[in-house]
Design a protein. Structure first.
Length: 94
């Protein structure tokens, strides 16, 4: 997303997928040196685990990307939009 590249500073984007997400439409790709990257992409892992990411990358502006909305929606990450629908990975036991 070009908008993120134009922002000053560095960003963390937490990507939220819907339960019926097309697994062949992936947003989360990162540079080899993730800590030095301008933008870090991470999957939404639920509020508690997202907070771990936010603490680790506390020097970055955080965003939530609603990837399966049409068009995709980029929002400032906040407590109000942090509740995630946790989707088990294929093969995980529930």
């Amino acid at each position: 997303m070009a908008r993120l590249e134009r922002l000053p500073g560095r960003e963390l984007v937490i990507v939220r997928y819907s339960p019926n997400h097309d697994i062949f439409c992936e947003w989360v790709y990162n540079d080899a040196d993730i800590n030095a990257a301008k933008v870090i992409w991470a999957r939404d892992m639920g509020s508690a685990r997202n907070q771990e990411l936010l603490r680790y990358f506390k020097d970055r502006q955080a965003f939530l990307l609603e990837a399966d909305k049409h068009p995709a929606e980029l929002l400032a990450y906040s407590a109000a939009n942090s509740t995630a629908i946790e989707i088990p990975a294929p093969g995980d036991k529930e």
